[in-house]
Design a protein around this ligand. Structure first.
Ligand code: PEP
Ligand code: MG
Length: 323
């Protein structure tokens, strides 16, 4: 199998009905960077910046962040890197920050909520990203946006930081894209205006699923209970795709399901055209994508929904077995 993946590494993922799917990788540590070249990834769809904060025992300095982000951009060699701002809180607690005692950390003070309430660290991070871009393009994404006003506020922070950097005489990015992660159901129901405002969206399926089904992603007992191929969840994905199509918003999916071949081809059948996953999954996902007909798959999914199946998995498995 490994050989098969090597042979398709440089090939684009094109389905038998000629649909092109972009395959990106998720990263966060320096150890991930070599994968940029040997996985066949077309870029980094999710760079989890908090991992660098989590492996230290004190807050990194801005200068350290600048050189870190520079190394990431260098390793990417012109491929696009989506830097996600700090997603701390919930399951990711910084050892050097005052712990918050919250009954439900996953629903608590985390990610962009911390970034907006205590903007110091976020500002430092944005400055470091701008400096690391060094006049080249920069792409930033905010995690856990639950209402679109949070995205607007975060965008204002970026604008302020850009202005500050300009005044300090630093070279500004040649282009700047600011996206949001769609990982709370509420954002999927935001008005079309939001979809028009945001530069791009990435579905964080791990969190989105946990909130959609009210099932803790960390809780072994419930986390596998609800299938990604559940008809309600797929309907929701379909709705997001439709909204993004209307507003022309680039959309990707970066949760773990993007790296599971069966889930990945179904997400593609629902209209997702960009998938971001751990590097080792790119080969298996591409290999299956190249063998499926998304139009047929979509019909199978649609029939299963009309029949009233709870999950489309058995019908999809049947199709894949017949390939
Ligand atoms: C997600 O929630 O799907 C996601 C990609 O972010 P994380 O797993 O880091 O929460
Ligand atoms: Mg998440």
């Amino acid at each position: 199998a490994q050989e098969r993946y090597t042979s398709i590494r440089e090939k684009p993922a094109i389905t038998t009905d000629r649909q092109r799917i972009n395959l990106l990788m998720n990263a966060g540590l320096m150890a991930d960077l070599p994968s940029l070249n040997n996985s066949g990834a077309e870029g980094v769809g999710l760079f989890r910046t908090e991992l660098q904060f989590l492996v230290r025992n004190q807050m990194p300095k801005r200068s350290e962040l600048v050189s870190l982000y520079q190394r990431v951009l260098e390793a990417a060699g012109g491929k696009r890197v989506i830097f996600r701002t700090l997603d701390i809180g919930s399951d990711k607690v910084l050892p050097y920050m005052k712990p918050t005692d919250e009954p439900n950390p996953a629903l608590g003070w985390r990610a962009i909520r911390v970034g907006l309430d205590k903007p110091g660290v976020m500002r430092m991070q944005l400055q470091a990203l701008i400096r690391a871009a060094n006049g080249g393009p920069l792409t930033v994404m905010f995690p856990f946006v639950a209402q679109f006003e949070e995205y607007r506020l975060a965008r204002e922070e970026v604008a302020k930081t850009i202005e500050r950097e300009r005044r300090l005489g630093h070279v500004l990015p040649s282009s700047l894209e600011i996206g949001a992660m769609l990982e709370t159901p509420s954002l999927g129901f935001a008005p079309l205006k939001f979809f028009e405002e945001v530069d791009f969206l990435s579905i964080g399926g791990n969190d989105l699923k946990q909130f959609f089904f009210a099932a803790d992603r960390e809780n072994e007992r419930v986390r596998k209970r609800y299938d990604t191929l559940n008809v309600s969840f797929l309907s929701f994905i379909e709705r997001i795709v439709e909204r993004c199509d209307i507003s022309g918003t680039p959309l990707s999916f970066c949760g773990e399901d993007a790296g599971r071949p069966i889930e990945a081809v179904c997400l593609a059948a629902m209209g997702i055209r960009t998938l971001s996953m751990r590097p080792a999954s790119i080969g298996p996902v591409k290999s299956l994508l190249m063998r499926v007909d998304l139009g047929e798959l979509r019909k199978i999914i649609s029939d299963a929904r009309h029949r009233g199946d709870q999950t489309v998995r058995p019908a999809v498995m049947q199709y894949l077995r017949e390939l």
